[in-house]
Design a protein. Structure first.
Ligand SMILES: [Zn+2]
Length: 184
């Protein structure tokens, strides 16, 4: 029987909070990330499927502490289940965007977690959706075995600054090779 499922599954856990992305901004972000991967790998796509976007809403008012607690509760409930997870949290108290990913090749049914603290706008009202989208693209690169590159590309340690300068960057040849080796 032909499987309709094709590609790499990443389950999304979204925790709202102060200055966080809205659910519709999360939807836009996931589409942006898929489209960056489609553009970067045009001939032989790296297909990413996002599923199970569920909304862990902190019970009290939105505070950073409540959002973080919702994340820790979720994480401790999950200790023995395998999969690739993307956890979207509100930005830091200083309204910075930052991310972390389990390095290595975690293709399918492996254990990896990306934690991304994202926002749609900074405190000056400047758009940060594109920064957030590239940050998630970069972190997914890490779970597909890409490491940091000293080039003005997606795997640069200085990615967010590059996005401010250029509005967008690409993977370099070495990152594409690393990702291909993992996902093929
Ligand atoms: Zn990185």
């Amino acid at each position: 029987m032909l499987s309709l499922f094709f590609g790499i599954l990443i389950q999304v856990i979204y925790v709202p909070g102060p200055n966080s992305l809205t659910p519709s901004e999360v939807g836009d972000l996931l589409l942006n990330v898929k489209s960056i991967y489609d553009t970067e790998f045009p001939n032989k796509p790296v297909k990413i499927n996002f599923s199970g976007v569920h909304y862990e809403v902190p019970k009290d008012t939105y505070t950073i502490a409540n959002s973080q607690k919702a994340y820790y509760d979720w994480r401790s409930s999950l200790q023995n289940s395998k999969g690739n997870y993307l956890v979207i949290l509100p930005p830091t108290t200083d309204r910075f965007i930052v991310g972390y990913a389990t390095p290595g090749c975690h293709k399918d049914n492996f254990n990896s977690t990306i934690v991304a603290l994202l926002q749609a706008q900074n405190q000056n009202g400047e758009n940060r959706q594109i920064h957030s989208s590239y940050l998630v693209t970069h972190e997914i690169g890490h779970i597909f075995n890409a490491s940091h590159r000293d080039t003005e590309t997606i795997m640069s340690f200085d990615l967010l600054h590059l996005i401010t300068l250029y509005g967008g960057v690409n993977f370099d040849v070495a990152s594409k090779r690393d990702i291909r080796r993992c996902v093929d």
